[in-house]
Design a protein. Structure first.
Length: 369
């Protein structure tokens, strides 16, 4: 759960992963536009994760903490409200036109100031210096990877490999956009195996993005497609960095954790196809009926995919029904009205059968977790 949710943090505005800032530079688009475009895809991703986690908890018969053990919301807000200030500063400065670097600098000093406003969060000077040193050390691998990626890009540009690779993608896909997207997805996931998303994105943006744009994909959608899959590579085995970190903490099998993270984060693997075929959900055009309809069907598709992946609703779902849920999800994310209507009908029929018609199995007794 943590691996899937944390990976989503890279694609959630207003403060996205480092690769998003590079995306803004390579696509020659203001970062504020990038953050705005990420709103609906991020909502779809987290909605899918939420539904998948909720159904998984039902399947495992897990329940929440008793109300008396929950922290009081007023106390939580009072304790943490000040820490929202740096985030609000970044949000405001980016959307009024300041550069991400300037917004980051102001947020950095705001964070230090907020920490020193309370005695409980006040850091001794030595600890503050140690934190700065540790942060610099953590940035070093990313900087090195991006530097090496820059060398690779130079070689690709000077030798003309980029143009040849673009033609290769088009030839292999035979000009079919869907096949080209599948190839791009595989390349992004392979490049992201153990490589920071920033470096993986830079390489693929040079190699693959031109091919997608040549096939008619809008430039922002093409770069977003690549960006999403370089981020999602963190939870896709065999080298799932986020899942492996979660497995080390929990003492679980890394590969098993990786596959569970993939199942929970499955919506993140289909959302990019939605905004390639329906770029209006990136909020770059005027809102009209087709955009609203696409968003609604995408939401239903994400929910159907989460149900099919979890294999549970009120009770365990048989494999044939899971396949039907997954099929309805595929139909719902296709931005063609008549196909989406068929998907809605199939999804509604599956829900009706599972919730109303299906013979009720013995009710599972919850167990505390």
């Amino acid at each position: 759960v943590e691996a899937a949710a944390s990976t989503g943090g890279e694609i959630a505005p207003p403060i996205m992963g480092a690769a998003a800032f590079i995306l803004a530079q390579m696509a020659n688009i203001p970062y504020a536009t990038v953050a705005k475009s990420a709103i609906i895809p991020a909502i779809l991703f987290f909605l899918g994760v939420y539904v998948a986690v909720d159904l998984e908890s039902l399947r495992l018969r897990l329940t929440g903490l008793p109300r008396e053990k929950l922290p009081r919301i007023g106390a939580v807000i009072k304790e943490g409200i000040l820490f929202a200030l740096p985030v609000l500063i970044v949000f405001y400065m980016i959307f009024v036109g300041y550069t991400p670097i300037k917004a980051g600098v102001y947020a950095f000093f705001a964070t230090i100031a907020v920490c020193y406003l309370r005695k409980s969060t006040r850091l001794p000077l030595k600890n503050l210096v140690d934190s700065l040193i540790q942060s610099s050390c953590n940035l070093a691998p990313v900087a090195v990877s991006c530097g090496i990626a820059g060398i690779i890009i130079g070689v690709i540009t000077l030798t003309g490999i980029g143009i040849k690779f673009t033609d290769l993608v088009i030839i292999l896909s035979k000009g079919n956009l869907f096949l080209a997207l599948l190839l791009s997805m595989v390349v992004a996931i392979i490049l992201g195996m153990g490589m920071p998303p920033s470096a993986a994105y830079i390489i693929e943006a040079v190699l693959v993005a031109p091919a997608l744009i040549k096939l008619g994909v809008q430039p922002l959608a093409a770069h977003f497609f690549i960006f999403y899959y370089t981020v999602m590579s963190a939870i896709t085995p065999p080298v799932a960095v986020s899942a492996f970190a979660a497995a080390a903490i929990s003492g679980s099998n890394p590969i098993k954790v990786g596959w569970v993270a993939v199942r929970l984060g499955l919506p993140g693997l289909i959302v990019p196809f939605v905004f390639v075929y329906a770029p209006e959900i990136l909020l770059q055009t005027e809102f009209h009926f087709s955009a609203v309809f696409t968003i609604i069907t995408a939401i239903l598709g994400v929910v159907a995919l989460a149900i099919g992946g979890a294999g549970f609703l009120k009770s365990h779902i048989s494999w044939p029904m899971r396949v039907l849920f997954l099929a309805s999800a595929c139909l719902l994310i296709v931005p063609v009205i008549w196909v989406s209507i068929i998907g809605i009908a199939l999804f509604a029929a599956c829900l009706f059968y599972e919730l109303a018609y299906k013979p009720q199995q013995k009710k599972l007794q919850p167990k505390n977790a």
